[in-house]
Structure formats: structure tokens, C-alpha cells
Design a protein around this ligand. Structure first.
Ligand SMILES: [Ca+2]
Ligand SMILES: [Ca+2]
Length: 593
């Protein structure tokens, strides 16, 4: 009780001092002094104003007892002491008025924040400090530096596990550099606030690190056994009931091509990287922690149909669906149109006409379409992009490792747009590489149980990083077109590091995703000009809309359930140890990445 009472007294004394001393500050500094409340300094202009003011701020500490300051009346006596100190300063240079010092506030009886009466250049400030340090009563004087508040989330796995969001550095060349971007992008609210990102995937779990971000979505799986939700029809429940393949499943005709696997919680993983709640002292931070997530469920057990995926994409942007057979309940028009569509999925072959048409239509609605390039077995020579990454206008994302090397599993070609963290080992096998990406999941091996955090790697999760950054950019400037977002992402991409596969092989697109560089590029180019030859036509695979995957009925293309080699995951579960989940890819088919 004693300690509490004492602390309260100190707190109230400091508050009183601050108010009292504030009245002494020059008028021009009042506004600036109101700014540096860590966590809510939204405006860059305000930052700059305050930064300019720092050229007037010093810390001055008097020698103990030297100033004659009465500790019981520090504000008043400190003001006098600073005034005396100001009078003792040598005369200014010819033509320059002598600098006057004013007490701004006291930190202790001896240590004071002091303001000069005018802004000083760095050399003038240095000269003043040297003069003050020669004063017999001064113990030290130094600049009161502006320390920029940098949003480092308090989410416990951020420091220890989220290399993928951290600034690049030795051994972490692949980091997507979020802290600086968050600082610029955050306003009164979290970065990406208000931007809707559709996660067209397996549905989502209401993970505690995600639930506040969730919008009501929709389940578009039209096949009952794939849906695994006791409901053959589309419905408004987009939660993920699990997509496991049991021994019994694998013995059925429908799932005969699918390997045994526990539930993947794939959509939840993607959503976590895109927009997990940041700063809630829980788990991880997402790329755009203010964005809202629209779950569009199109994959269940062993994948799903292209037709369902495309339907989900149309619904996600608010388009009205065409009239349906009586057996299908038409969903209401989505009241939360997505500005970003995350397609962490892949099918072999060139871009189908139906997928290209979907991409064209949703882009016309202003939505950015982001897709994974695909995870192919590293023994295969063909690293061509999967669809829909090879569709015209799609931002095609390949994956790099912690060290910035191209991930061994990642499809990439000259038509890749850029690369983002995907984890795993790289082609060049750089030292200390191989770290995976930590995201959200569920502990259930079949049906959902409790929230968990999962280790994942793949071009899937790489695409989720790009979707997150797209949302962050749209949060800053909502009127950006999809092509403008592409320009920002590619122009600001960071060069691949030395010794990486992509440094010497031009098959990885513009470079590595760099969030801070992107937001600063946008600040410098608030209306990016889209060159005619870069308006989303740099995809070679889909050129002209493809024509459909050879031999596959366009609207009945089964995207077989696969967690390809690079998309395996390990769980953080005490006692269970890491395990890998996977489903082999039948030749010529594809699915979630
Ligand atoms: Ca259903
Ligand atoms: Ca969190």
C-alpha cells in the first residue's frame, strides 16, 4: 500500500509540473508537444512538425546542489535556474541574436527539458551544447532527440517467430519489412483499416487472434462430401469444419487420389498472415491488422471445383450471381465487397477461360487479385506458373526463404510478378536457411478443437503476404486501382540478396516484397501512372484468356485436394512434436497451395 500511495503522489506531482511548465513554453511549440503519445501519432505532417521542433529541445542537468534548486518547488526554481543559465551564455555571433533558454518541464530536481527560443541548425545546437557544458553549474547538456515511435507489436510470437514481417538484416534477408510500413500506414486505427480481403479457401476458424477481423462469409462448396458440413448446398456458414482424409475416405471413389491427411486449416493460416490482430498480446501480428477478412469457402475435403471457386470470387466483390437451379439457394449479394482477393490455390495448365473472365470482371470492380505461383516438386523441371497465377492481370507471387533465396518448391518464371516470404529451404541452400512461417491454425486433426499456431511454408502463404500488403496500401489510399497496386508492389520490391538463386536467374519477378519501401513509394507517388505495357499484361501464361485446361470440362474441373510438398506444416503442440501433413498431387491436377 505504501508503494502505491507513494507512486500516486509522484504521478500527480509530475502531472502538475507538466501543466505548469507547459505554460512557459513558446506558443509555437504547444501543438508539437501534444503529439508524441506513443501509439496514436497518426499524421506524417505532425511527425514532421514535431521533428522540426526537436532542434529546439535539450536536456540540461545541473550538478547536485549547484543550482540551489529547492526540491519542494522544482518548477519555479528550475525556471529561475534555467533563466540564469541563459543569461550566462556567451554572446551570439555577429548578426545573430543570443539564444534564450526556456524551461519546458523538469524530469527531476536537476534534470530539465529546455527549449531554445528559435530553431537551431545542427551546428548551432552543437555549439550551444558545448557552451552549456562549459558552465560551472551544468553536469551535462545534450540534445533531446526525437525518438520515432515504431509500432513493434506486443504479440509474443512476433519477436521470436515472425522473421517474415521483420526488417531485413543479416541472416534475415527475406523479411518483408513491416514495422516501418505500419508506422506510416497507421492512422487513428490499425493499418489496412476498413479494407476487405476475401480469403477464397477452406473457410476460416474463429481463432481468437482473428475473430475481431471476420466478416460474415459464405460457403460455396456444392458437393456434399467435399463440403463435409452435412449440407450439400451453399450456405452462409463459411467456418471451416475440417478437410481431413481418413483411411475410409481414401477407399472411396471420390477421394481415391488423395493421400491421408489431417485437416489443414489452410484458410485460417492464410488469414492469420493477412490480418491477425496485432498488439493484443496474443500470438502473431498480421500484415494488415486492421483489414477485415471475408471468408469465402470453396475448398473442403480433397479440394474443390473450379466452378465453386469462381462463383466465390464473383460473390466476394459484390457481383450478383446469375439465376440458379431451384436446388441451389442463391446467396444474398455480399454487402462487404472485397478489394483484395487472395487465391492461394493452383491448378495445372494455362489460365482457363472461365478463370480469366472472373479475374477480368473482379478487377473491373476494383479488386486486386493475388495468386500463388504454385508449389511444384523440386525434382520436376517445369516451374511454369499454375493457374490462376498465370491469368492475365493477376499478381503472381512466388516464395522466398528467410535468407531471400527462391524456395525450392516454388514455381517461378519470367511472368512471376514478385516474391514474398514462403519459408522452407532455398534452391541455393544458403547457411541457416529453412525457417518456416508461423501463422494461425487449429489443434484438431479432423474436426476443429482449439486455436493453435502453425508452421507453414509454400507459395500459398507467400501470396497471403502480398494480399496483406495490398490491403495496407488500399487502407492508405482507397482509390488505387488494381494496376496501380501492382505498380507500387513491383517498383518498391527489394533486390534479391547476393548468392540467391534469383540474383542470377531472372525468373523471380521484380524482387522481394518490401512493405516499408512500398508505403514510402506510394507516399512519393500518390498517383502512380500505369504504363500501357504494364497494365496487368505481364503474365505470359494466360495471354488472351487461355482456352481452358486441355481435356478438362471447364466448369467441372476438380481441384484435387493437395497440400503440395512445400505446404506441409508443423504444429506447435506441446507433447505432439512436429508433424507433417500432406496430400500428394495427382498428376495434372492441383488445389490449395
Ligand atoms: Ca455447405
Ligand atoms: Ca495477435
Amino acid at each position: 500500500m505504501q508503494a502505491i500511495a507513494t507512486n500516486r503522489r509522484i504521478a500527480s506531482c509530475l502531472l502538475a509540473l507538466t501543466i505548469q511548465a507547459g505554460a512557459l513554453a513558446p506558443a509555437g511549440l504547444q501543438a508539437a508537444e501534444a503529439l508524441p503519445q506513443a501509439g496514436n501519432t497518426p499524421l506524417l505532417a505532425a511527425h514532421q512538425a514535431f521533428e522540426a521542433a526537436t532542434q529546439r529541445r535539450l536536456l540540461v542537468k545541473f550538478k547536485p546542489g549547484a543550482s540551489g534548486i529547492d526540491a519542494t518547488l522544482p518548477a519555479r526554481t528550475a525556471q529561475l535556474a534555467i533563466s540564469d543559465l541563459s543569461q550566462r551564455l556567451p554572446s551570439g555571433a555577429p548578426g545573430r541574436p543570443q539564444v534564450q533558454l526556456v524551461l519546458q518541464r523538469s524530469i527531476s530536481a536537476q534534470l530539465h527539458v529546455v527549449l531554445t527560443d528559435r530553431g537551431l541548425s545542427p551546428s548551432e545546437m552543437q555549439q550551444l551544447i558545448e557552451q552549456l557544458q562549459r558552465d560551472p553549474l551544468v553536469e551535462y547538456a545534450e540534445i533531446d532527440p526525437r525518438i520515432k515511435p515504431q509500432l513493434i507489436p506486443n504479440d509474443p510470437l512476433y519477436d521470436s517467430r515472425q522473421w517474415n514481417l521483420q526488417p531485413p538484416g543479416p541472416g534475415r534477408e527475406g523479411g518483408a519489412n513491416l514495422p516501418g510500413a505500419w508506422d506510416v500506414a497507421r492512422g487513428e486505427v490499425a493499418p489496412g483499416q476498413g479494407v476487405v480481403v476475401a480469403v477464397v479457401d477452406t473457410g476460416l476458424r474463429p481463432h481468437a487472434d482473428l475473430a475481431p477481423r471476420l466478416l460474415p462469409g459464405y460457403d460455396f462448396i456444392s458437393d456434399a462430401s467435399i463440403a463435409n458440413d452435412l449440407d450439400a448446398q451453399w450456405d452462409s456458414d463459411a467456418s471451416d469444419p475440417g478437410d481431413w482424409i481418413s483411411v475410409r475416405d481414401s477407399e472411396t471413389a471420390e477421394f481415391s487420389g488423395c493421400a491421408l491427411s489431417p485437416s489443414s486449416w489452410h484458410g485460417t493460416m492464410m488469414a492469420g498472415t493477412i490480418a491477425a490482430v496485432a498488439g493484443n498480446s496474443l500470438g502473431i501480428a498480421g500484415m494488415a491488422p486492421g483489414a477485415r477478412l471475408l471468408p469465402v469457402r470453396v475448398f473442403g475435403k480433397c479440394g474443390g471445383y473450379l466452378s465453386d471457386a469462381i462463383t466465390g470470387v464473383y460473390w466476394a466483390v459484390g457481383l450478383e450471381l446469375p439465376s440458379l437451379p431451384d436446388s441451389m439457394r442463391a446467396p444474398p449479394v455480399n454487402p462487404y465487397p472485397a478489394r483484395v482477393i487472395n487465391l492461394s490455390m493452383a491448378a495445372a495448365g494455362s489460365c482457363s477461360a472461365a478463370f480469366q473472365e472472373a479475374v477480368d470482371r473482379v478487377q473491373a470492380q476494383g479488386a486486386v487479385v493475388v495468386a500463388a505461383t504454385g508449389n511444384q516438386d523440386d525434382t520436376q523441371a517445369d516451374k511454369a506458373l499454375s493457374q490462376p497465377a498465370n491469368c492475365r492481370g493477376v499478381i503472381a507471387v512466388t516464395a522466398h526463404t528467410r535468407r531471400g533465396d527462391l524456395a525450392y518448391y516454388a514455381n517461378s518464371s519470367a511472368s512471376t510478378t514478385l516474391s514474398a516470404p514462403g519459408g522452407g529451404f532455398g534452391i541455393n541452400q544458403l547457411a541457416n536457411d529453412g525457417d518456416s512461417i508461423t501463422s494461425l491454425g487449429n489443434s484438431g486433426l479432423t474436426s476443429p478443437l482449439s486455436d493453435s499456431y502453425e508452421e507453414v511454408r509454400g507459395t500459398s502463404i507467400a501470396a497471403a503476404h502480398v494480399s496483406g500488403l495490398a490491403a495496407l496500401l488500399l487502407g492508405m489510399q482507397p482509390n488505387l486501382s488494381p494496376d496501380q497496386v501492382r505498380i507500387i508492389l513491383t517498383r518498391s520490391a527489394r533486390a534479391y540478396p547476393a548468392n540467391s538463386h534469383c540474383q542470377t536467374n531472372a525468373v523471380c519477378g521484380a524482387g522481394m516484397l518490401d512493405a516499408e519501401a512500398a508505403v514510402r513509394w506510394l507516399q512519393a507517388n500518390p498517383a502512380p501512372v500505369v504504363p500501357p505495357d504494364n497494365s496487368g499484361t505481364d503474365q505470359t501464361g494466360g495471354g488472351g484468356g487461355g482456352g481452358g485446361a486441355a481435356g478438362w470440362p471447364e466448369w467441372l474441373l476438380l481441384l484435387s485436394a493437395v497440400l503440395l510438398s512445400g505446404a506441409t506444416r508443423r504444429r506447435h503442440q506441446p507433447g505432439s512434436g512436429p508433424h507433417q501433413a500432406g496430400c500428394q498431387q495427382p498428376t495434372g491436377q492441383a488445389g490449395r497451395m
